[in-house]
Design a protein around this ligand. Structure first.
Ligand SMILES: *Cc1c(COP(=O)(O)O)cnc(C)c1O
Length: 351
């Protein structure tokens, strides 16, 4: 156990923090309102997404709880990115790893898990992953990490260089160092829980907005104040769930915005062109929300900053979100949002 914790801490110590990029907004809006948009670039983690933070926290939490021993099989229910990061830590500790994933998971993610010695076990619907992971854990006498339950509790929400503390520190010398809004999506809900709690703990006036894709249970449940189960798979990888996950903490969320899937993809394509590199679809969802909030600030004459996340790179989605045939066959039509995006670029208005 001692050595396992040391290996994880040593890996963290050798790693640098992720960048906070300033997103280039059209300068011709410049009038009375001064707004800025920042992107916390979580793609630069060794395993390519913000799930690197979660995987590290889950392994440390499980080790320190005595749930993982020297040859425990480690199991996770995942839509892909978490398993990629967990396979990395399992390999580092020399532990067998099994990822239970929907059959729709991208080939690139499967290859990344397998290249690190992880095994992939598929189910047909994303709602089946939990019970199957539990069953495998019992069968192998292994440990089910259970990101959807443990994400919010395994993360140090008061600081310890968590994502929230890092964002506020990196904004320190900016014109608007305390953002009006931080915008994130929810998969486990862990990132929004950590940021929302940190904002309250540090007594910042910043508000937290969670953006949610079609088919997800988070948005309707938040609106209705009751647990809604959609049972349907999200089409935006990494975010949106068929049920409200235990790690989602609605009490720290100030606002939720439901984002159409075609819009998420359109904005991801657009942001990729602006930045000169592809971003994943959940980053499109984040940026849709950020654009909408910026447009409201401009309309209300409110200067300030907005922060959101570049959650993962688009390179994992060559044959899905960056393939026209795949988009059409999945009922997504990004070109429908072209007019809204052009209008936002031109005028700072968002419809
Ligand atoms: C997991 C994930 C999210 C959401 O983060 P949570 O902390 O699990 O809510 C967003 N985007 C991508 C690409 C993800 O993998």
């Amino acid at each position: 156990m001692d050595n396992a914790v040391r290996l994880i801490e040593a890996d963290a110590r050798r790693s640098a923090d992720t960048h906070l990029l300033r997103y280039p907004l059209p300068s011709r809006w410049a009038g009375d309102v001064d707004v800025a948009l920042y992107l916390k670039d979580e793609t630069t983690h060794i395993t390519g997404s913000l799930k690197h933070r979660l995987a590290r926290s889950l392994f440390l939490y499980s080790l320190c709880n005595g749930w993982i021993g020297e040859d425990t099989t480690v199991i996770e229910a995942s839509s892909g990115s978490t398993a990629v990061s967990e396979a990395y830590f399992a390999a580092m500790l020399g532990l067998p790893f099994i990822a239970v994933m929907p059959a729709s998971t991208s080939a690139a993610k499967i290859a990344l898990i397998e290249s690190q010695g992880g095994r992939c076990h598929f189910v047909s619907e994303s709602a089946e992953v939990y019970a199957e992971a539990q069953r495998l854990a019992e069968q192998t006498n292994g440990h089910y990490l259970d990101q959807f339950t443990n994400a919010e509790r395994a993360t140090d929400w008061r600081g310890n260089n968590n994502i929230a503390e890092s964002i506020f520190q990196q904004l320190g010398e900016e014109t608007h160092p305390v953002p009006e809004w931080i915008v994130v999506g929810a998969g486990t809900g862990g990132t929004s829980a950590t940021i929302g709690r940190y904002i309250r703990y540090r007594r910042y006036p910043t508000r937290l907005c969670v953006v949610d894709p079609e088919n997800s249970a988070f948005f309707p449940s938040y609106e209705q104040g009751a647990d809604v189960v959609t049972g349907a798979s999200s089409r935006i990888e990494g975010i949106g769930r068929p049920r409200v996950e235990p790690s989602f903490v609605p009490g720290v969320v100030d606002r939720m915005i439901s984002v159409p899937d075609s819009g998420s993809v359109a904005v991801a394509h657009h942001v990729g062109r602006v930045l000169g590199r592809r971003v994943g679809p959940s980053t499109g969802t984040n940026m849709w929300g950020a654009f909408k909030l910026l447009a409201e600030m401009i309309e209300n004459g409110c200067s300030g900053s907005v922060v959101t996340l570049l959650a993962d790179s688009g390179d994992r989605y060559d044959d899905t979100y960056f393939c026209d045939e795949w988009l059409t066959s999945h009922g997504m039509e990004p070109s429908e949002s072209a007019a809204s995006l052009a209008e936002f670029e031109r005028s700072g208005r968002w419809s």
